[in-house]
Design a protein around this ligand. Structure first.
Ligand SMILES: [Mn+2]
Length: 323
């Protein structure tokens, strides 16, 4: 399956009305940003459009549009930043079904689950794909839209630090700044501000961090109790996924988190030449080359061991580990 063109995506949106926008569960900045940027753009096109989202991190609430939670029966579902149908929040697909008319995404592992898919794996964020779409279609990028797009692009690039940041990404960001958004303030709130609860949580996470595979893999396992002890919601701890890979010599940083339903979810961050998406695809997950995720079982220890075994295999295949 192939991506549709920007032209076709704009045509498809033009033909729809009474649209519901969904993004992946456990939303990050790109999920929230792309949802509300698209919401504002479609509203600007005169469409009846609404959103459903849960568990938005506190520090991203400022881009959530309360008026987007109108209640009308949707005729079309459009998803953003979602590479796999099973990543959609089940409470929404139970309610509205899982027939998606259009998916706008940037995951290389996109499963083409929608009727039509606009996917660009070279884009750093779904928000970058939306920027391209709006620019192509001549949709005015207002300051309100720009702030949403900026949040998505800055969070998915770790504030423009990760390898997914291209010259094109920076050009898009430059255009967004020209609308007058206050990037300094946004970055301070998102990247430089931690609640006391998060600091307590991070302290516990640091203590739980362990090295394995000759120091080339770092693992952090987070049971539900760790959130409870710190008095924090999982949604507000996304920054922790980057911790394991920060240790010098580590090629694969693995964070294994227990969800509220007891299922463990792994977030894998890697460095060249280790492919995080390839590791996660073995467990039915996916994502990007250096950042991916997958669901594991309810046994935390087994989940961790499975993931480490997959990392070991990848390190060996890359000639970084003997045996
Ligand atoms: Mn994304």
């Amino acid at each position: 399956m192939n991506s549709i063109s920007l032209k076709r995506a704009f045509e498809a949106l033009g033909q729809m009305d009474d649209i519901l926008i969904l993004a992946h569960a456990n939303p990050d900045g790109d999920a929230v940003g792309s949802m509300f940027a698209l919401y504002l753009a479609l509203r600007g096109m005169g469409k009846r459009v609404r959103c459903e989202i849960r568990d938005v991190p506190e520090n991203l609430r400022f881009i959530v549009r309360e008026e987007a939670f109108a209640d009308f029966p949707p005729r079309y579902i459009v998803t953003v930043d979602t590479g796999d149908k099973k990543l959609l929040n089940a409470s929404f697909t139970d309610k509205y079904g899982d027939h998606v008319a259009l998916n706008i995404d940037h995951h290389g592992t996109n499963g083409f689950f929608a009727d039509e898919t606009l996917v660009d794996p070279t884009a750093a964020a779904a928000c970058e794909v939306l920027f391209d779409l709006f620019t192509f279609a001549g949709i005015e990028i207002t300051k309100e839209i720009a702030i949403c797009l900026y949040v998505g692009i800055s969070t998915d690039t770790g504030c423009f630090r990760y390898a997914n940041t291209t010259a094109k990404t920076l050009r898009a960001a430059a255009c967004l700044l020209e609308t007058g958004i206050d990037n300094g303030a946004v970055n301070t709130d998102i990247f430089e501000t931690k609640t006391p609860q998060f600091v307590a949580f991070e302290r516990a996470a640091m203590n739980a961090l362990r090295l394995c595979l000759g120091g080339k893999c770092a693992v952090l396992r987070i049971p539900q109790q760790m959130y409870k002890d710190a008095g924090i919601k999982e949604a507000d701890t996304q920054g922790v996924n980057g911790l394991p890979r920060m240790i010098a010599g580590v090629y694969a940083g693995v964070t294994v988190k227990e969800r509220e339903n007891g299922v463990y979810h792994a977030s894998v961050r890697t460095k060249e030449p280790i492919n995080a998406a390839a590791i996660c695809e073995k467990f039915g997950g996916g994502g990007h080359k250096y950042a991916a995720g997958c669901e594991l079982g309810k046994d935390g220890e087994a989940a961790e061991a499975q993931l480490v075994a997959a990392v070991e295999e990848a390190l060996k295949a890359a000639g970084l580990l003997n045996g």
